[in-house]
Design a protein around this ligand. Structure first.
Ligand code: HSE
Length: 432
């Protein structure tokens, strides 16, 4: 008799339904591969009487997630509810009761990962979270297992599909941000509330999880620099293209020479020869550089019912094995080789600066003067022609400089009477 593993699903939205349907679809294959049968025994939903696209036997439905915890036939709890407080309560209680947890909840892990994994380790109960970062791309497993031999020198990620779709549409069809966002929503790519997609925090949560796993300490989210794409204009996209760059929302994870770690999400000019520049539409991509493996690139769908279900089911297969194997790893292994986040203002990089200025003699010299006094070099300048008396866009490419120093110079530049409106300051990424 093949052994059965009892699963409780908390939440039956798009991903929950995808897990259920794909477990059915590939049941025979999964049986062969993992030697166990993954059986959904209970599904907790807010409203069991609601009509759903997938028909479920009423006996499977529970109105409260606590029923999953109380059911001795449920050995693995899959948290796909969304939100933070309730999932946190569910996961901590599941661990206390010795039930293995699978979750795709990036916001929860980014905010409460330290607490969850401390309890998981204490109770010796694993928590799996492949679906929390980059949907169907198996980056958690790669960082945790496949690259175990490596110090991570750096990771760069396009880890929000919605913002990548918006930036692609702006670049390829000249749309402005609002129209590209409306298109992403109409196509069903953006979340119902796209705030976290466009303000950078969905990518921020994923970068925090990846960095924490890569460097063995939970990165404090309050100290992470996260910027979104809302202020990017069609003009920025055109200027960048003219200079040989594509604008992307990038997650930056870097080991610095002093042993500190940089973690940030910033709109960035990516040189067209960098492979990340050609990642279009809703796709995600993550470039990893390890000291042993060198460069490795992951590309795929970062969202959607089936890709995300693929990751959840991969965790279920691991959970099935973990139920019977002696456990010595619980999803996150802390260590003390790193442990310090580098303040964003100390991070050195080149920048793109776009200003609105009066089109008058001497303006460029005054701005260059402020930068020069701060020891900040300019590598190129674009100022498209304007009609007499019109405000001109002035674009400066700035050589390597600490972000904090650039920000203080920018404060002085904004105070000049020839500078108007909100400037844009974006990081510039290296060619490879
Ligand atoms: N909304 C996210 C994205 C997927 O657009 O990539 C879930 O994190």
């Amino acid at each position: 008799m093949i052994r059965e593993i009892g699963i409780g699903l908390a939440g039956f939205g798009t991903v929950g339904a995808g897990v259920f349907l794909n477990l059915e679809k590939n049941r025979a294959l999964l049986r062969e591969r993992i030697g166990r049968d993954l059986i959904v025994r209970k599904i907790a939903v807010k409203d069991p009487s609601k009509k759903r696209p997938v028909s479920l036997p009423p006996a499977l439905l529970a109105a409260n997630w606590r029923e999953l915890l109380d059911d001795p036939a449920v050995q693995v709890v899959v948290e796909l509810m969304g939100g933070i407080e309730e999932p946190r309560e569910l996961i901590l209680e599941a661990i206390r009761r010795g039930k293995i947890v699978v979750t795709g909840n990036k916001a929860l892990l980014a905010e409460h990962g330290a607490e969850i994994f401390q309890l998981a380790t204490e109770k010796r109960v694993p928590v799996f979270y492949e679906a929390a970062v980059a949907g169907g791309i198996p980056i958690i497993k790669a960082v945790r297992e496949a690259f175990v031999a490596n110090h991570f020198l750096r990771v760069r990620g396009i880890i929000n599909g919605t913002s990548n779709y918006i930036l692609t549409r702006m670049a390829e069809s000249g749309l402005d941000f609002a129209s590209a966002l409306a298109e992403a929503q109409a196509a069903g790519y953006a979340e119902a509330d796209p705030t976290l997609d466009v303000n950078g925090w969905d990518a921020g949560h994923k970068a925090i999880i990846l960095a924490s796993l890569a460097y063995g300490f939970w990165v404090p989210s309050k100290d992470v620099l996260v910027e979104g794409i809302e202020s990017i204009t069609p003009g920025d996209i055109r200027f960048a293209a003219q200079l040989g760059y594509t604008i992307k929302l990038l997650g930056f994870i870097d080991a610095c020479l002093d042993g500190s770690v940089e973690v940030s999400v910033q709109p960035s000019l990516v040189p067209d020869e960098n492979i990340l520049a050609s990642v279009r539409g809703v796709f995600n991509a993550i470039a990893v550089r390890g000291d042993v493996v060198g460069d490795a690139l992951f590309y795929g769908r970062g969202a959607g019912q089936d890709p995300t279900a693929s990751s959840v089911i991969s965790d279920l297969a691991d959970a099935a094995v973990a139920l019977e194997a002696p456990r010595d790893s619980f999803g996150f292994i802390p260590h003390a080789l790193y442990g310090k986040l580098r303040p964003a203002d100390e991070v050195v990089s080149p920048f793109y600066l776009r200003l609105g200025v009066d089109d008058k003699p001497g303006v460029l010299a005054r701005i260059a003067g402020v930068l020069g006094e701060a020891g900040i070099g300019i590598s190129s300048v674009i100022q498209p022609e304007t009609n007499e008396g019109e405000l001109a866009a002035l674009v400066l490419m700035i050589h390597d400089a600490p972000r904090g120093r650039v920000l203080s110079a920018l404060q002085k530049i904004r105070a000049l009477d020839c500078v108007h409106g909100d400037p844009a300051l974006y990081r510039v990424e290296a060619a490879a």
